[in-house]
Design a protein around this ligand. Structure first.
Ligand code: PLP
Length: 437
């Protein structure tokens, strides 16, 4: 293929000798540099990145984030913030005159996240570890309630309890020993009528979810738009009804915004699509703009004495200096540049242009989104979706896309994408689709 230059081929040969496999496959470019919506591979090929690296990227290598990370690196780098807090006022870039500290970042998240007051933040290093920390908070809140519920095809992580409540792919469980079997609830998809959903849920409550589960349901973990499960869009009426049901039996409602958070769905948080706010929001991916960080924003009035016990949770790297500086600069960038509104506008444009395109190709069976730049493009077979992803990589310039679920390609460009870049991406897709008719 075009992008398989000699450097890429040599790199992958070394990779196969040195790295145990993960999800990486050797048909993708090896990225050397990135800027805005573009990436360049080690052979010099250029690609539009319509994956955002599965939701990490608001804008590749944003100047604000780079400047904050550089300044923080020269001030204090190796601080274990769960034992020694750090704080310094930055002297340049978008954070000039502002304190960079875990407390400042927590204060910002408390301001932004639609979780009711009183609320506090617990930091972690990734999506999965933040979900695990959220499960601990739920246990602290309701120690006697042992059951946790999640949707079918949910994805919450690949470690411990976060993997227990995940179910999007069986392969994830291969080397896992289930510790805490989750109560599974069907996802209220947009094509399910509210009346049908209500009926099937109430039936399930009567049979599968017996009195024991109902009385001992600690929390329900929810992705408002399911990411890895296939960019599944909810019927909001059914989801809001489910939320009320969960609250009425005294369970907590935790929204996993690891993929949807910070503008991705055209609102700062996908939780803003709910009628009532959740008890907890879990963040990661976009928060650190590429520097690892996870965070749980939780109501504290659900906890005994409004807190969790001292030392019940900690870690070496949560809220490390680089991650805190990156996250503060990234949040500033998202707000100052009105990125959420831009994501909503570009999302509408991308959806309508993709729908036009889909009208000409019968093998595209659905294009949809809840809002913003987290788009589902469903094909009639996995083979067709694979062919389009690989075909788009081979164009000049190329287009990076990534699949989700069985036969869906997610279109998730960086939130700064322009109309012109969307047009260019769609012309690349159109070129590939033409060859498949
Ligand atoms: N939750 C959701 C919704 C995700 O999309 C992901 C990752 O894709 C995770 C949790 C796990 O995050 P991480 O890969 O950082 O552990």
């Amino acid at each position: 293929m075009r992008y398989f230059g000699t450097k890429t081929a040599a790199y992958y040969e070394r990779m196969h000798n040195a790295l145990l496999p993960t999800t990486i496959e050797d048909f993708r470019p090896v990225i050397k540099s990135a800027s805005g919506v573009w990436v360049t591979d080690i052979d010099g090929n250029k690609f539009l990145d319509f994956t955002s690296q599965v939701g990490i990227v608001v804008d590749h290598v944003s100047e604000d984030v780079v400047s904050a990370v550089q300044e923080q690196a020269s001030r204090a780098l190796g601080i274990i913030s769960n034992d020694f807090q750090f704080a310094s006022v930055h002297g340049r870039g978008s954070l000039v005159g502002e304190e960079v500290s875990p407390v400042k970042l927590a204060e910002e998240l408390i301001k932004l996240a639609p979780v009711p007051h009183p609320k506090k933040v617990l930091f972690e290093v990734s999506g999965a570890t933040a979900i695990n920390a959220a499960i601990k908070i739920c246990r602290a809140a309701q120690p006697k309630k042992e059951f946790f519920a999640a949707f079918e095809r949910a994805f919450h992580g690949r470690h411990g309890p976060s993997l227990d409540i995940s179910s999007s792919r069986q392969i994830h469980k291969l080397l896992h020993r289930e510790g805490m079997p989750a109560v599974r609830i069907p996802f209220p998809g947009e094509n399910v009528s509210f009346a049908d959903y209500k009926k099937s849920f109430l039936n399930a409550m009567r049979s599968d979810l017996d009195g024991d589960v109902k009385n001992n349901l600690n929390a329900f973990f929810v992705e408002i738009v399911q990411g890895e499960g296939g960019i599944n869009i909810p019927n909001l009426k059914a989801l809001n009804w489910l939320h009320r049901q969960v609250k009425s039996i005294g369970a907590l409602f935790v929204v996993d915004e690891v993929q949807t958070g910070l503008g991705r769905t055209g609102k700062m948080f996908a939780s803003e699509y709910l009628d009532e706010p959740p008890d907890m929001i879990v963040l990661s991916k976009a928060l650190g703009a590429g520097v690892p960080i996870g965070a749980v924003v939780t109501r504290t009035d659900i906890l005994p004495n409004g807190t969790i016990p001292q030392s019940a949770h900690s870690g070496t790297m949560p809220a490390c200096p680089l991650a805190v500086a990156a996250a503060l600069a990234n949040l500033r960038f998202i707000q100052d540049d009105d990125i959420v509104r831009h994501s909503a506008e570009m999302g509408k444009y991308l959806r309508s242009e993709l729908r036009h395109l889909a009208d000409s190709y019968p093998f595209i069976i659905d294009v949809d989104s809840l809002g913003g730049l987290m788009m589902r493009v469903e094909f009639d077979s996995k083979q067709m979706a694979d062919t389009v992803v690989i075909g788009c990589l081979g164009q000049d310039p190329g287009l990076l896309l990534i699949e989700a679920g069985d036969k869906t390609i997610r279109f998730m460009p960086p939130l700064t994408v322009s109309k012109e870049e969307i047009d260019l991406a769609l012309s690349i897709v159109d070129n590939v689709l033409k060859t498949l008719v």
